[in-house]
Design a protein around this ligand. Structure first.
Ligand code: 9D3
Length: 269
């Protein structure tokens, strides 16, 4: 069982997780639990204010520390009342470290976390200093708040829980679990709009199929995400056939990329 407590001004975002797809199955079976906490329910005054203008001036609004603090304390108290420890507090923020599968896997093996969703220009720094263990971003693009990143994390964790995916192997064999992008996939029919399935996949030679898939993973990763290939190389996780294909690909790049690559000053495409 893994439990997420989400501190958010927009709890409605999280409803679809409970009623759709893989996450729904995880919630229905109880392996993932989700509870939302709205800072507005802990805000003071007739207007239940949750934000204010930034000291020092500037655009936008800043989330008040007090309603966030009260919502977070309520969430942690509820965890303790349910017999759990208080959980690590993760803040979704554009200034966080980008989420990666290694962190998803770590979280999937834990009792969960409190996820705090930022809105507006940001969150009063004193709340962050007091409570936040880690700041997480979804990547270098601008969203309107942390709710969608929080949903992305919950989805990524839920599908790793035992019994949630139809096929346990597909969770295990994921891209990123093995550090490479996935190979192309094909299904029926054998011919579509004059395009055929690669013959090796129709041949039934499982060793050849495995090698073809591995080669396509390496080739795609090397073309699109050369840093992934370099990381596996550094970790010594490439076999001799992998290294032979890479040497071929690098030879090709010399033709395309010209003198710099030929001089050995470039290791990517
Ligand atoms: C000019 C400074 N902006 C930072 C890029 C202000 C700002 C924009 C958007 C501050 C907060 C937000 C709202 N975004 C999030 O809360 C957020 C986010 C994101 O925008 N991109 C990727 N990951 C995340 S996690 C939370």
């Amino acid at each position: 069982m893994i439990r997420f407590d989400v501190v958010t001004l927009f709890d409605g975002y999280f409803e679809p997780l409970r009623t759709q797809g893989v996450c729904r199955r995880a919630f229905d079976s109880g392996v993932v639990q989700l509870r939302t906490w709205n800072p507005r329910d802990h805000a003071r005054g007739a207007h239940r204010t949750v934000d204010d203008r930034p000291y020092g001036g500037g655009p936008g609004m800043v989330m008040l520390a007090q309603p966030l603090h009260a919502a977070l304390c309520a969430a942690q108290a509820a965890r303790v009342a349910a017999g759990l420890e208080p959980a690590p507090v993760l803040l979704f923020s554009p200034a966080g470290r980008a989420l990666r599968q290694a962190a998803v896997q770590e979280l999937a093996a834990s009792c969960g976390a409190v996820l705090v969703c930022g809105r507006y220009e940001g969150v009063d720094q004193r709340f962050i200093d007091l409570h936040v263990d880690e700041e997480i971003s979804l990547g270098d693009f601008v969203l309107s708040g942390g709710e969608i990143p929080a949903m992305a994390l919950i989805d990524a964790v839920a599908r790793l829980q035992p019994g949630v995916l139809n096929d346990a192997l597909s969770a295990q064999q994921d891209s990123f679990s093995d550090g490479l992008l996935d190979c192309p996939h094909y299904t029926r029919p054998p011919r579509f709009q004059d395009r055929e399935v690669p013959p090796v996949l129709m041949g039934g030679d499982h060793a050849r199929i495995a090698r073809w898939r591995r080669d396509r993973m390496l080739e795609l990763s090397w073309r699109r995400r050369p840093e992934l290939v370099r990381e596996l190389e550094r970790q010594g996780r490439l076999d001799r056939a992998d290294l032979r294909l890479l040497a071929e690909l690098r030879g090709e790049a010399r033709d395309d990329a010209g003198a710099a690559a030929a001089a050995g000053t470039s290791s990517g495409p």
